[in-house]
Design a protein around this ligand. Structure first.
Ligand code: PEP
Ligand code: MG
Length: 886
């Protein structure tokens, strides 16, 4: 090949562009997923339109250079266009034999719909005439050109595409036509003229006629789209580093809009909702690229292609199977048919529901395609979340009557208040409301609102529409394409027959049946069996880390045990003091101005706390339970509003001014670093004395009445110094030992500490002299390491994400560099002093897969997380163990 920059040889400059025929599937890091797979399909001899990929490294350089594309890269791209001309025998910009291309983004990891695409590039006023006469199809030529103008204006010039859609809608209305494929060549020409006029009126210049300018501007726009808001949000949600950049694929156009023997479609090798092994997808005749996903017309199921174009269908089935066998995973493919000739435009491992992910993983093992370990690595642990999500309560459902149905696009059930705009949905979600987002169709701009919603309902679009695909990925229930839905997004209401539903009204939707209800239907948690149990058993065989749960009551403990928890890693005792009468006894204790009065109030709390512990021990069975003693600043329990203060003063039989004085005296400027944790026990030992009594008496009681031996682990929070720990530990052992001696039963118990203060971490060898176990409280440890408040940081962390300073929230994903260093140091020092010291983590990070991997590598004994994240942690722990051995 001549004229191509880079390549092999000495003194070659860095190669930023690769023909599809120069790459392969293993080059995802530089070619992006789409580019690498196009190269791989080309290698496999599949019908792939020719093209080239501009690498992710070129995008990174574009940003390094201050969002500029270098003359060298322009020259390299142009030399590849020349190569394409040679390969295709067509010319870029020629009216006689035009080469038209698509320009598409494609990052290392698929980010569906988040970045931009431009089709039909290379058309201009003279090429369109040439294309019309060459194809004898002027309607097709003008349709393609008007689409190009619209996409270029939207993606490159940032003119909203809705304005163009309005123009098209108006023309359709004038012509009394319903669908755009009913418009003829003259209508398309008129549309094009109006599009170009609109373009000029808004931008002050004509639509660019030079194809080279069109190309370079489009490449730049795709690079820019790497950093659009929705891409940034998507990356954050999916742990994709901003440093990766996107590749750009430039590919010869093939046309699905050439007439009734052309079309375009999307298909999966297995059902992405259930995992069933069958070709699943849809296609649209006489349509182009985005039409299927955007839901312009309702597509036909892929099986109907067997009737209309049997040869094309057979070829497609064969290719699909070859691809699945090749990648050993379910494939999601895009194809175009141009005059009965099939072209493959994309293949990738398909997004799927959690249920489908498990079924596919298990089936692929049974089919001999994957080993158990490979299958375990294929499922994203976070996805398991959605398996555990609610379904409708049968009785409540039986009393409800559906008012319409749409496509069951993503399983699960949801009941919530209706919102019509993504921003409103997000705000309502932030307020703690359950939200159903209702849209005519969704687009990537809606991503935040979708994330905030329990369910998504759309009026348009099929099972592969944006709403359906994104909802499935998120594990959020979705009913799509409900034709009966008449939505007025502007005035914020929808109608189905005579029912009017306004913003804020409740509806219920079932993503498994597609049914829509205006009733409030109760939801119940999902039951998990079958593939899940088998798959998780494989995980359990491989993992080294134990998985415990953070639970403060018997119900949550039982739930977590059902999900496979191996005991309780954190029982926050203060959570037990808020309900019913307890808060009054707690307040009495805080307000008490003498030890005697404090002890009296504590004696009221004792039996309640003891009963809680009995319930939790019972639920945990033979597994260990770690009980963390009182931790938060005391003023958190005191009333704040005037009316409440009056009420409490009345109840406590003290004056309002006296109570106000106490509240003021407990005020702290920086309570998170104030009088909390074990410092409370240093000032008021009787608090921990009482808690010890509750724990030990509960254990004695269980042993006596049920013959169950529990080994409580008492955990002291917020320790920063070995002497401090020793002092508090003495309070506990004195109380515990005398109770045990009195009871004449043997109750083994352990005393350990949280490591959540940097000082404790770096002096962990001293701390371990006193502590039988450490549990890393990474919520506080993160707060103290960064020096920003866990309560207030959200206010400014967004700025850090948007400016690329932080990739992820350090309170959700462990900062392995900083906080992680404290953990490793403390683990090593702790083991030096006490080789058998038990090490765990109980901050929020215990349920985050990447943080779990870190804990595995740091050789902790267990992670502890909220009940619903237990399966996630089990799988993440197994994956970490498998990865370590690869
Ligand atoms: C922690 O700090 O990580 C922890 C588990 O304790 P809390 O969140 O209750 O402060
Ligand atoms: Mg803490």
């Amino acid at each position: 090949m001549t004229g191509i920059a880079g390549g092999s040889g000495k003194n070659t400059k860095k190669k930023y562009v690769y023909l599809f025929s120069e790459g392969n599937g293993g080059m995802k890091n530089i070619l992006g997923g789409k580019g690498a797979n196009l190269a791989e399909m080309t290698l496999l001899g599949m019908p792939v339109p020719r093209g080239f990929t501009i690498t992710t490294e070129a995008c990174v350089k574009y940003y390094e250079d201050g969002e500029k594309i270098t003359p060298e890269l322009i020259a390299e791209i142009e030399s590849y266009m020349t190569a394409m001309e040679e390969l295709t025998g067509k010319q870029f910009g020629s009216a006689v034999n035009p080469l038209l291309v698509s320009v598409r983004s494609g990052a290392r990891s698929s980010m569906p719909g988040m970045m931009d695409t431009i089709l039909n590039l290379g058309l201009n006023d003279s090429v369109v005439e040439g294309l019309a006469s060459l194809t004898q199809n002027p309607r097709f030529a003008y349709d393609s050109y008007r689409r190009f103008v619209q996409m270029f204006a939207d993606v490159v010039m940032e003119l909203p595409k809705s304005e163009f859609e309005k123009i098209l809608e108006k023309i359709k209305a004038e012509k009394n036509k319903h669908f755009d494929n009913e418009l003829d060549a003259e209508d398309m020409k008129a549309t094009l003229t109006q599009f170009k006029a609109y373009y000029k009126s808004k931008l002050g210049s004509d639509f660019p006629q030079d194809p080279k300018v069109q190309l370079i501007e489009s490449v730049k726009a795709v690079f820019r789209s790497w950093n659009n808001e929705r891409a940034i949000i998507y990356r954050r949600m999916n742990d994709i580093p901003s440093s990766w950049g996107t590749a750009v694929n430039v590919q010869e156009m093939v046309f699905g809009n050439m007439g009734p023997s052309s079309g375009t479609g999307v298909a999966f090798t297995r059902d992405p909702a259930t995992g069933e092994k069958k070709l699943y997808g849809e296609f649209l005749l006489n349509a182009q690229g985005e039409d299927v996903v955007a839901g312009i017309r309702t597509p036909q199921p892929i099986s109907e292609l067997a009737l209309s174009m049997p040869k094309v269908y057979d070829e497609f089935v064969k290719i699909a199977q070859t691809l699945e066998n090749h990648y050993r995973d379910m494939q999601d493919m895009e194809f175009t048919i141009e005059n009965e000739k099939l072209f493959m435009l994309q293949t990738r491992n398909g997004k799927r529901t959690a249920a489908a992910a498990l079924r596919i993983a298990v089936d692929l093992v049974d089919e001999g395609m994957l080993t158990e370990e490979e299958a375990l690595l294929k499922v994203d642990p976070k996805q398991l979340d959605s398996l555990l999500h609610p379904q409708f309560d049968i009785i409540s459902l039986n009393q409800a009557k559906p008012i319409a149905s749409g496509l069951p696009a993503s399983p699960g059930a949801a009941c919530g208040r209706v919102y019509f705009h993504s921003g409103d949905a997000k705000k309502a979600g932030d307020r703690g409301e359950k939200v159903i987002l209702v849209r005519l169709e969704t687009s990537p701009e809606d991503i935040e609102g979708m994330y905030a919603s329990e369910g998504i309902l759309t009026g348009r679009g099929g099972r592969t529409s944006h709403a359906a695909v994104v909802a499935r990925g998120m594990g959020c229930c979705c009913v799509a394409g409900c034709g009966a839905l008449k939505i007025n997004e502007e005035e914020r209401y929808f109608m189905i027959d005579s029912h009017v539903v306004r913003e804020g009204d409740y509806i219920s939707i079932d993503g498994s049946t597609g049914k829509i209800y205006i009733d409030v239907i109760k939801t119940v948690p999902a039951a998990i069996t079958g593939d899940f149990a088998r798959f998780m058993a494989w995980a359990d065989k491989r993992r080294v880390l134990k998985v415990r749960t953070n639970a403060d009551n018997p119900k949550d403990t039982s739930q977590a045990m059902e999900f496979g928890a191996e005991g309780v890693g954190l029982c926050r005792t203060e959570h037990m003091f808020f309900g019913g009468d307890r808060i009054n006894a707690m307040r009495e204790m805080i307000i008490a101005r003498s030890t005697e009065k404090r002890k009296k109030a504590l004696s009221k709390l004792l039996p309640m706390q003891r009963d809680d512990f009995i319930g939790i021990f019972r639920a945990a069975g033979s597994f260990p339970v770690t009980i963390r003693f009182l931790d938060p600043p005391l003023h958190e329990f005191l009333p704040k509003e005037k009316a409440e203060i009056n009420e409490v003063a009345d109840y406590m039989d003290i004056s309002v001014s006296e109570l106000n004085e106490i509240i003021t005296s407990l005020h702290e400027s920086n309570p998170m670093m104030g009088h909390r944790g074990c410092r409370l026990a240093v000032s008021y030992p009787e608090i921990y004395e009482t808690q010890t009594r509750a724990v030990i008496e509960a254990a004695i009681e269980l042993k006596r009445s049920e013959g169950v031996t529990v080994e409580p682990e008492i955990m002291i929070p917020l320790v920063g110094d070995a002497k401090e720990l020793k002092y508090v530990k003495n309070i506990i052992t004195k109380t515990a030992d005398s109770l045990i001696a009195e009871s004449k039963t043997a109750i083994p118990y352990k005393i350990g500490t949280m490591i959540e203060i940097p000082r404790a971490a770096i002096l962990a060898d001293e701390i371990a002299e006193e502590a039988e176990f450490f549990s890393f409280g990474t919520n506080d440890l993160t707060q103290m390491t960064f020096g920003f408040s866990r309560d207030d940081a959200t206010k400014f962390l967004d700025d850090y994400f948007n400016k690329g300073i932080y990739e992820s929230d350090p309170f959700a994903r462990l900062d392995t560099a900083g906080v992680g260093k404290f953990i490793k140091t403390a683990a090593d020092l702790g083991r030096q002093t006490r080789p058998d010291i038990k090490l765990g983590i109980c901050g929020e990070h215990g349920g985050d897969p990447q943080s779990v991997e870190f804990c595995h590598n740091a050789r902790l004994n267990y992670v502890s997380c909220s009940p619903f994240r237990v399966p996630i942690a089990r799988l993440a722990a197994a994956q970490a163990a498998i990865k370590e051995n690869i």
